[in-house]
Design a protein around this ligand. Sequence first.
Ligand code: SAM
Length: 229
Amino acid sequence: MAMLEERRQTEELMDDPALPEATYSAVLADLSKVNRVTMAYRPTLAFLDRALADRQKFTLLDVGFGQGDMLREIARWAKRKGKQADLVGIDLNPRSAASARDATPRDMPIDYRTGDYADVARNWDVVVSSLVAHHMSREEVLLFLRFMEAEARAGWFVNDLHRHAVSYLGYPVLAGLARWHPIVRADGHTSIARSYRPAEWDSLLAEAEITQASVERHFPFRLCVSRIR
Ligand SMILES: C[S@@+](CC[C@H](N)C(=O)[O-])C[C@H]1O[C@@H](n2cnc3c(N)ncnc32)[C@H](O)[C@@H]1O
């Protein structure tokens, strides 16, 4: 599809700082439903299976946690595996932390923070993100790749979308049938158009001088980048 040849630069509605808090929370709640329906957790958990196989305890940073649903899935994964997890989320949007805390059971210790990932350099074992890389410009992604390569001792994982005509045409149908929030419908469509193709990740990795990462497709229409040390 010609209009998907280049990454779209349109801003997403959920990034508007003027969005009322209740609307933002409703958007994040529906985004977590999209994540479940589209099986977004599986690639990240499969990565953790590989990257943390030999570790009984680990520290993990989730960049751009949104409603925190990926971190809750990781907490459940760690419990199943008998691993001690120190889980931290960082999100630029100051409204994410309250929304994530509200959705998190009291006995699930996850540290949700507000700010830029670059301010929480700490020698993490693992740095992950989901649906965040497509929010970044090329320069920002290069900085993010270099940050993860420098800060993640066991490995890092970028979980994002594949810019593909089938998902671009199909998502509005799915989102309409599921009656997700209008902002989730619009932003999901924009997100697909803002996301990457495999060759673009190859070029970004080459420019960041990262030679040992892999670009992997995951059903349906996820394009993920992983690095395991
Ligand atoms: C589309 S949301 C994804 C939320 C969640 N990860 C999910 O999969 O549902 C993207 C999030 O990334 C956050 N974000 C973007 N750039 C960031 C940065 N430099 N540092 C921390 N968070 C960032 C935004 O505030 C937003 O909450």
